[in-house]
Ligand binder design. Structure first.
Ligand code: CTP
Ligand code: MG
Length: 390
C-alpha cells in the first residue's frame, strides 16, 4: 500500500456539550451526513489514497457500521481507540502495520471540511519532507491571560495554527509513537509534535481557513450553516452515445472488456458507456462535451482507453470544488448480456471516479428487436450524473 489514512474518531466530544441522545460529535449529522462521513468521503475521493483506517470507540461500533455501509471499499475494518488521542492514533498505526503503507496521513474526524486541495498538498509534500503539517497563519492578535485578566500580548509573528491531515513516512511515525509510549509520554496533542520530539523536521504546507475542528457547540451551529450552503447547489447532467458493431471478438463497456462475437467501431476504444457518462459529468458542470475536449480528429486519442476521458471530466469537476453524488448508466443492446458484468462495471466506474460503488448504477435493456440496437447493428448508452457544487 502506498498511502494510507488514519482518521481518529475515538474521542467523547465532551467540550461540544451534551449531544442529543449522547451521540459523540463525530456521528452528529451535518447537512444530513455524520461529521465522520464527511471526512471519510473527502479521503475516499482522493485518487492518491489507497486505504482508510478509522479509529473508533468500542461502544460506537454499531454507529460506525451504519455510517460506512455506503462508503466504498477504501474503508478498512476499524481499529479500537485508547484513552487519549495519541493512544488512538497509535492503535490505528499498529492496525495498518501489516499493510506496510509507505506514507500515512493522520486526520481528526472532527474536521469534516477537509478538501482535496489540502489532502493533495500534504501528499505532494511527502515527496521531499520528513513530515508535513498543513497550517494557517494566525491572524488574530493573541493575548495571554490569567483569571480573565490579560498578562501579556503574544507576538503572532511566525505563529501558525496546526491542522490535520498531517503526513508522515509510515515507519517513521510508528517508531516515534512507540518511542513515546516506551518513554511513558502521553501528552502529545498532534502527531508532528512527536516528530519534533524525536528530533525530526516538520515542513509546513498551506492548510485552509475552512478546515476547522468542531470543538464547541457553537462550532456546530456555524458548521451547519456552511454545510447547508455547500450542499444546496445540486446539479445533474445527461449523456448519450452510440457505436456501431464491426468485426472483432470483444467490446469495452463501462471500463470492462466483455468477450463478444463483434467489436465496437470508434476512434478510441469505443466504450459507449463511459462516453455517455463522461458527457453526463461534463453536462453537469456545463463544460462542453467529450468531443470538445478529446477531438476524434486528434491522433493522440486513437485507440485511447476511455477511462482517461472519464477521469478528466471528474478532475474538471473536482477542480471546481464539486463532488459526485451518484452516476447511472443504461446500456441498450440485445447482446452481449450485461448482468454477469454489472458488478465489475460498477466497481471499475467507481474506481475511475474515486467514489464508492454504491453510488454507481449500471443497467441494461434491449429494445425488443426494434431499431438499430434491435437489429444488432450497434450499442447505445444513456447516462445521468448528479453532483454537488460548493
Ligand atoms: N480522539 C480519539 N481518541 C481519543 C481522544 C480523541 O480518537 N481518546 C479523536 C477525536 O475523536 C477527534 C480528534 O481525536 O476526532 C481530536 O480530538 P478532540 O477534538 O479533542 O475531540 P474529543 O476528544 O472527542 O473532544 P473533547 O476533547 O471535547 O472531549
Ligand atoms: Mg479531546
Amino acid at each position: 500500500m502506498k498511502t494510507a489514512v488514519v482518521i481518529v474518531a475515538a474521542g467523547r466530544g465532551e467540550r461540544s456539550g451534551g449531544m442529543p441522545g449522547g451521540t459523540p460529535k463525530q456521528y452528529r449529522l451535518l447537512a444530513g451526513k455524520p461529521v465522520l462521513g464527511h471526512a471519510i468521503d473527502a479521503f475516499a475521493a482522493s485518487m492518491a489514497v489507497d486505504g482508510i483506517k478509522v479509529v473508533i470507540r468500542q461502544e460506537d461500533q454499531e454507529l460506525f457500521r451504519d455510517l460506512t455501509s455506503v462508503s466504498g471499499r477504501k474503508v478498512l475494518p476499524p481499529a479500537i481507540g485508547g484513552p487519549t488521542r495519541q493512544a488512538s492514533v497509535m492503535a490505528g498505526l499498529v492496525a495498518l502495520e501489516p499493510a506496510k503503507p509507505e506514507h500515512v496521513l493522520i486526520h481528526d474526524a472532527a474536521r469534516p471540511f477537509i478538501t482535496g486541495d489540502v489532502i493533495g498538498r500534504v501528499i505532494d509534500g511527502l515527496q521531499q519532507a520528513e513530515a508535513v503539517l498543513p497550517a494557517v497563519r494566525v491572524s488574530d492578535t493573541l493575548k495571554r491571560a490569567e483569571r480573565g485578566i490579560v498578562t501579556a500580548s503574544v507576538n503572532r509573528e511566525g505563529l501558525w495554527a496546526a491542522q490535520t491531515p498531517q503526513g508522515f513516512h509510515f515507519d517513521r511515525i510508528l517508531a516515534a509513537h512507540r518511542a513515546a509510549a516506551d518513554a511513558r509520554r502521553d501528552d502529545f496533542t498532534d502527531d508532528t509534535q512527536l516528530i519534533e520530539w524525536a528530533g525530526g523536521e516538520v515542513s509546513i504546507v498551506e492548510g485552509s481557513a475552512g478546515n476547522v475542528k468542531l470543538t464547541s457547540g457553537d462550532d456546530f451551529a456555524l458548521a451547519e450553516g456552511r454545510a447547508g450552503r455547500a450542499g444546496a447547489d445540486i446539479r445533474s447532467g445527461t449523456g448519450f452515445d452510440v457505436h456501431a458493431f464491426c468485426p472483432g471478438d470483444h467490446v469495452w463497456l463501462c471500463g470492462v472488456r466483455v468477450p463478444h462475437g463483434m467489436a465496437l467501431a470508434g476512434h478510441s476504444d469505443a466504450d459507449v458507456g463511459l462516453h455517455a457518462l463522461t458527457d453526463a459529468l461534463l453536462g453537469a458542470i456545463g463544460d462542453g462535451d467529450i468531443g470538445a475536449h478529446f477531438p476524434p480528429s486528434d491522433p493522440r486519442w486513437k485507440g485511447a482507453a476511455s477511462h482517461l476521458f472519464l477521469a478528466d471530466a471528474a478532475e474538471r469537476l473536482r477542480r471546481r470544488g464539486g463532488r459526485i453524488l451518484n452516476v447511472d448508466v443504461t446500456l441498450i443492446c440485445e447482446a452481449p448480456k450485461i448482468g454477469p458484468h454489472r458488478d465489475a462495471m460498477r466497481a471499475r466506474v467507481a474506481e475511475i471516479l474515486g467514489i464508492p460503488p454504491e453510488r454507481v448504477g449500471v443497467k441494461a435493456t434491449t429494445t425488443e428487436g426494434l431499431g438499430f440496437t434491435g437489429r444488432r447493428e450497434g450499442i447505445a448508452a444513456t447516462a445521468i450524473a448528479s453532483v454537488a457544487m460548493p
